[in-house]
Design a protein around this ligand. Sequence first.
Ligand code: C2O
Ligand code: CU
Length: 488
Amino acid sequence: MKKQVNVIRLGIVLLLFAAISFIFFPNQAGQISGMGMMNMNMSGEVTTELVPSNEPSNKLNLPSILEGVTNPDGEISYTITAQQGNTQLKEGAATQSYGYNGSILGPIIRLRTGQQVSIQTENELDTATSFHWHGLEVPSNVDGGPHSPIAPNQSVNLEFTVNQEAATLWFHPHPHGETAEQVYYGLAGLIYIEDDHSDSLAIPKEYGINDFPVIIQDRLFDENNQLNYSTAYSSDGTYGDTLVINGTINPYVDVKNEKIRLRLLNGSNARNYQFHLSDDTSFYQITSDGGFLNEPIPMESLQLVPGERAEIIVDLSSYTMGDSIQLMTGNVPVLTLNVTEETTKEDVPLPTTMNTITHTADEVSPDKKMTFSGMGNMVTIDGKQFDMDRIDLQAKVGETEVWEIENTRHMMGGMIHPFHLHGLQFKVLNRNGAIPPENERGWKDTIALYPGESVQIEVEFPEKGIFMYHCHLLEHEDTGMMGQILVE
Ligand code: C2O
Ligand code: CU
């Protein structure tokens, strides 16, 4: 009886919220783009707004390039240690944080196509973690998902061969239910894969001179400069009001008036970004998640959802000493580029052909269909929440399949779910039957699913094992918006 009353009461409350939301946000249900800046949770509140920071500007922190040891048989070995530390993020007290081989974020792991790699992964945290290589095509026992936790003070050695083309990937923890918190405290790093083809392209590649990593995260600080995950937590995504780029607030770089390559990673728990340049000039996107696009795509704005990467070229050749241009998201600066020196290099045009990826947008009858739905603690895939003991889907290694992924719209309008699949790079065939934008016609491992949208992707698993697919809004993932596929 009590239960019934509660159910009725919940029903009335939900109806009320729906009514209020239609009064105050009449367009919400029909609104697709820009949802990221105005996400609402079940109680109808707008999530924490991003604001420009009052902190002084700081030189952009550049992650170190991890030194490997090359064994006599040609294999390269690296050591990555997850640890706790203190980082000077703001003026005043240092912030307690997590990092790989340091106090926050991690070094860049450089890999080459065809190379044999061994990585010693070590956990010096006082809680279990795992090491997931987002975008890397490796067997599932190397993939570092929720099946592979490493207890405190334990280490595990991983061996694999790099079997994919040049790309900017990343690594982060993936222990079930704890991913969001560990990423929030600072566990994330970049992986650069290079190959003969990327070596040969006429694009900027001098690290820290004209080729910069840009890890974009939003954080909420308390009055003691601490990140308090449980206070900042929201089941529809933990948002901060302050941008932290490579662990730097209000960052700038000094550059020459030449082409500048920015390797962007949305490493945030939940926030979607819409990047543009402060003078509204266009830039070129040259890669998607898994490698080079066929040609550079001129763009004036670029959206990245959590987990997505894009390399862009900002051409400063028509600027002069003393000029400044900012990469922005909305009205908030992400990174300031100060032109402080005249280049002595000849300005060569960008390559016109960078890859040969074929693309068809034809709608086909899918081999698999899945539905992402809900918000808050009610998020599901196909009506279910994650169960480590349940295999949700099966596939055969080396077989091409078309998946249709739907994001249901509900009475509150719904929200973007960033879809991510482990173990491979896929192609986006069509969105609601239409050809995807040009910058999505390359290799992808993470895509935005808009409310009410249905997306067809083409997948082919190169390796066997159990792989995860999930929402990369990390709080949704931790709540259970995740499934697993057995590949044999
Ligand atoms: Cu970047 Cu399953 O995660
Ligand atoms: Cu989601």
